[in-house]
Design a protein around this ligand. Structure first.
Ligand code: SAM
Length: 204
């Protein structure tokens, strides 16, 4: 709001890239920017869906901010048996994701989806996309970097129930994975998991 006519700025979106711009007109209802040169073109990103069982508001905010910085392309809150919350404020989460995108100089803002149940997440999951499910206290291989389109599912503070782990394990696209020997908070698990999954990603 401190900007005035004639100020220069940068504008971006995931489809067209990043441009220089100059404010031609500006008031509290909106404004016009004259586009200048294109600074960056968007490169195809590996798609990664972060699904996480809803946690408290501050932890959800943290997950959205860090998942954006780490490169999640879709953020999907899920309700499971032990989930503590069932609602999200999509407008607020979109604002957090947009600010994090600007901060980390990424061009595309992740899509934040409305809350779904675990069953409907699994029903609509594309068979060809691997879904890595973070599961503590089970004999699972450590999560490794993934170089293709994939997804990560993290459970709630109370963990997945054994019935949910059974149901998850019956889907051919699901792999249970470990994030190490300690029991991480759900938000730490989401951040640590994405960091490992996307460590080898280079937009190309
Ligand atoms: N209440 C559970 C317990 O005490 O066994 C802990 C749940 S943990 C706080 C929340 C979620 O983080 C889990 O459902 C899981 O998805 C993930 N998580 C935490 N630590 C993990 C680990 N070492 N390996 C894999 N996933 C982990």
């Amino acid at each position: 709001m401190r900007r005035v006519t004639g100020d220069r700025l940068r504008l971006f979106n995931g489809e067209s890239g990043e441009f220089t711009g100059e404010i031609a007109r500006f008031n509290r209802h909106g404004g016009e920017v004259l586009l200048g040169e294109r600074l960056r073109t968007p490169l195809p990103e590996q798609t990664c869906i972060l699904s996480f069982a809803l946690v408290k508001r501050s932890a959800t905010d943290l997950i959205v901010e860090k998942a954006t910085e780490l490169g999640a392309t879709v953020i999907q809150p899920v309700v499971t048996s032990h989930t503590q919350a069932v609602r999200v404020n999509l407008e607020r989460l979109n604002a957090i994701a947009t600010e994090a995108t600007e901060q980390c100089e990424r061009l595309s803002v992740p899509a934040i989806r409305g809350v779904v149940t675990l069953d409907s997440l699994l029903e609509s999951w594309p068979e060809s996309r691997p879904l890595f499910v973070a599961a503590e206290r089970v004999d699972a291989s450590p999560l490794a970097a993934c170089l293709r389109d994939c997804g990560l599912l993290v459970g709630p503070e109370g963990g997945f129930t054994s019935r949910e782990l059974d149901v998850l394990g019956r889907h051919p696209f699901v792999t249970l994975v470990s994030l190490g020997p300690w029991i991480l908070r759900a938000e730490t698990a989401a951040i640590a998991g994405l960091a490992r999954l996307l460590a080898g990603h280079r937009p190309s």
